[in-house]
Design a protein around this ligand. Structure first.
Ligand code: FE2
Length: 653
């Protein structure tokens, strides 16, 4: 608690403490300066009772502190006024009575004075947090141009900012020293590429196994972009694979038709990339294509590619590549798929579907829900640092001249277009893991750790969220009549999903069940889904041939011409690789003040039942951790991205 020599009122280890004034010069009896850190989250800043101004230092006193306190009797400039503000969802009035400081608590939701407080709080927030359009057809975002415009509630902490900058400078310097960032030429050999990343287990595994079909197939299930593969019940006309072409790769005694009927054929289609304009790097033209890849689940349960077409238009200049082709033909075809996956992963699965949506949920929450609202208390920890990291991303990563513009083939124009197209295709069901798994037809496929871990976590989050919701909303009518909640979901529908009804995103809630499902999706997207697409970036991307950020030659139109040198001249050159690597290191680093899923140090809920629900949630997450770690002991390549010990509460990096 920081008293600055003046008196004050605040929580100290669960007890409301009144401090006497200690010094003159601050107007009357002195409600002084109480800062949140010593108070467990909330706090207040004031100029003394006589001065009459007490400001919030948390989102309106959501923590243990007294929140916004306003002078009730401004005419009493002698330090004898009274003040009111929110404290853990309860209105508190503090005033002087016959020389003694009196604290009154008011808790009736129907009191006009309470309603007025909620309205005033929201009005202030809607002025502070406004929407803006970063690019047409994108989810809207917070209306700030740099992190310096963010208020202290949503900025990085000092620890995180120092950590983040230190890491960036260190990594940049270390690669600069090695001279990689200033070499705009092709890699001399695959071994030279291996030399750039620090010796860590998974990148080494990738560098040893990246050519293998098993590992290529594995990454559609457990790599950075595990949401694009779907079951293929019928081949699309644009991908005319014949039964004869792939007969040899299915194992004996079966046919493509039979495998398809029995659900063991899968497809990945990067149609979203079609006709994306590619830019130049070092003045040289780059290339983007929109491949299709057919995969088969073998009798050993492993998934392997059996045919690849490097465009959406079949024909003589777009041959279908097969595992039986010459080594470098097949490897280059697979590498084109990996390049398409790089864009699909970074711009759609990662940027759009976690970072930008998390920001939409965060801004709508700040604009529409007062601090005392139970859904505000539930959600706000899941937006920790999100506005800061996204503002930073708009300044250095996805801006014109940023990392994506400079170090990927997509350029700024390309990424704007891809996110636009991506948003047009987003559906509510694709954001809800159980629905998504069903719709992609991947309920049965073995070794799908993203699905298995993700489903357990979805169900656990759903139980937690539903228990909280059920505690506060006893019947559907309570949901329907909660005007703040309805305004919140409408704000998300309009500004996040641009009022597109075909997305299936709700614009209102009719039932308790609808509310619980939506909130589960929000918490899951901000925590688990982001972990799935974020945490493996360095592991799987450090060895650049496995996830090239750009291609320097057009896709091959004929077979039989590719050799190693052509391959090295196609994947990114040395300096582009190094730029990407620096970004990957930063984006998959663990920072000191991360908050893991289920950690709520602010303790916004004060009632016994929600606190019990939180304890149960944490206990269940601990069981999931044990389950995942036990499994990881017995597999060659461990899938640890959704271990609750690796999963943050929020999109913060
Ligand atoms: Fe991220």
């Amino acid at each position: 608690m920081v008293g600055r020599g003046l008196g004050g009122v605040g929580w100290w280890e669960g007890v409301l403490v009144v401090m006497e004034e200690r010094g003159p010069g601050n107007g009357g009896k002195g409600l002084g300066r109480m800062e949140g850190r010593g108070l467990g989250g909330g706090g207040m800043v004031g100029r003394g009772l006589g001065g009459g101004l007490v400001e919030e230092s948390d989102y309106g006193g959501g923590g243990k502190g007294l929140g916004r306190m306003e002078e009730k009797d401004p005419e009493k400039g002698d330090g004898k006024g009274s003040w009111e503000g929110w404290l853990n969802g309860v209105l508190v009035v503090v005033g002087w009575c016959e020389g003694a400081l009196v604290v009154l608590k008011l808790a009736d939701d129907e009191l006009e004075i309470l309603k007025e407080h909620r309205r005033q709080e929201l009005q202030a927030r809607q002025e502070a947090y406004q929407w803006k359009t970063f690019a047409e057809g994108w989810p809207r975002c917070l209306n700030v141009d740099s992190v310096f415009e963010l208020d202290s509630n949503v900025q990085f902490s000092c620890v995180r900012a120092t950590n983040f900058n230190g890491l960036l400078i260190f990594q940049t310097a270390s690669h600069l020293l090695a001279g990689f960032l200033v070499r705009p030429t092709s890699w001399k050999s695959l071994d030279e590429i291996r030399s750039i990343f620090s010796r860590t287990k998974v990148p080494e595994y990738v560098a040893a196994h990246w050519q293998e079909d098993d590992f290529f197939g594995y990454q559609f299930l457990n790599g950075n972009n595990p949401i694009v593969i779907r079951q293929c019940a019928a081949l699309p006309a644009k991908f005319p694979v014949t039964p004869e072409m792939v007969a040899d790769f299915l194992g004996g005694g079966t046919t493509l038709d039979k495998e398809m009927r029995e659900g063991r054929i899968f497809i990945v289609d990067y149609d979203v990339l079609e006709d994306t304009p590619a830019g130049t790097i070092h003045g040289r033209q780059q290339y983007i294509t929109a491949p299709l890849c057919l995969l088969h689940q073998g009798t050993d349960g492993l998934l392997r590619p059996i045919a690849i077409q490097l465009s959406q238009t079949p024909g003589p200049s777009s041959p279908i590549f097969l595992p039986s082709d010459a080594e470098w033909d097949w490897l280059l075809a697979k590498t084109w798929v990996r390049n398409a996956d790089f864009y699909s992963h970074q711009l759609l699965a990662h940027l759009l579907r976690t970072h930008l949506f998390a920001e939409v949920f965060a801004v709508a929450t700040l604009r529409q829900l007062p601090s005392c609202h139970p859904i505000f208390k539930l959600l706000i920890p899941h937006f920790h640092f999100t506005l800061h990291i996204n503002t930073l991303a708009r300044s250095v990563l996805i801006n014109p001249g940023g990392v994506i513009d400079k170090s990927s083939g997509a350029t700024y124009e390309g990424l704007v277009l891809l996110v636009q197209r991506g948003l047009e295709k987003v559906t509510y069901s694709s954001l809800c893991l159980p629905d998504d798994i069903r719709q992609r037809g991947v309920t049965q496929i073995p070794n799908y750790r993203y699905r298995d871990d993700g489903m357990i976590l979805w169900e656990t989050i759903q139980r937690f969220v539903s228990a909280i919701v059920d505690f506060y909303y006893k019947e559907d009518a309570a949901v329907r009549e909660d005007a703040e909640l309805q305004a919140w979901v409408m704000d998300i529908f309009v500004n996040g999903f641009l009022s597109r009804n075909s997305s299936g995103i709700p614009s209102s809630f009719q039932t308790v069940a609808e509310l619980s499902k939506f909130l589960t999706m929000v918490v899951f997207t901000c925590s688990v889904q982001h972990a799935a697409v974020n945490n493996g970036q360095y592991d799987l991307g450090a060895f650049i041939p496995n996830a090239p950020s750009s291609m320097r030659h057009p896709p091959p139109k004929t077979k039989g011409k590719t050799v190693l040198q052509h391959f090295l001249d196609t994947i990114p050159e040395v300096d582009t690789t190094a730029n990407i690597l620096v970004a990957l290191i930063l984006l998959s680093s663990r920072l000191n003040d991360m908050r893991l899923l289920g950690q709520y140090p602010e303790e916004r809920f004060t009632e016994a039942e929600p606190r019990r629900i939180l304890r149960t949630f944490r206990a269940e997450l601990e069981e999931i951790r044990e389950l995942i770690e036990e499994r990881n002991h017995v597999v060659t390549l461990r899938y640890n991205y959704l271990n609750p010990l690796e999963t943050e509460n929020s999109v913060s990096i």
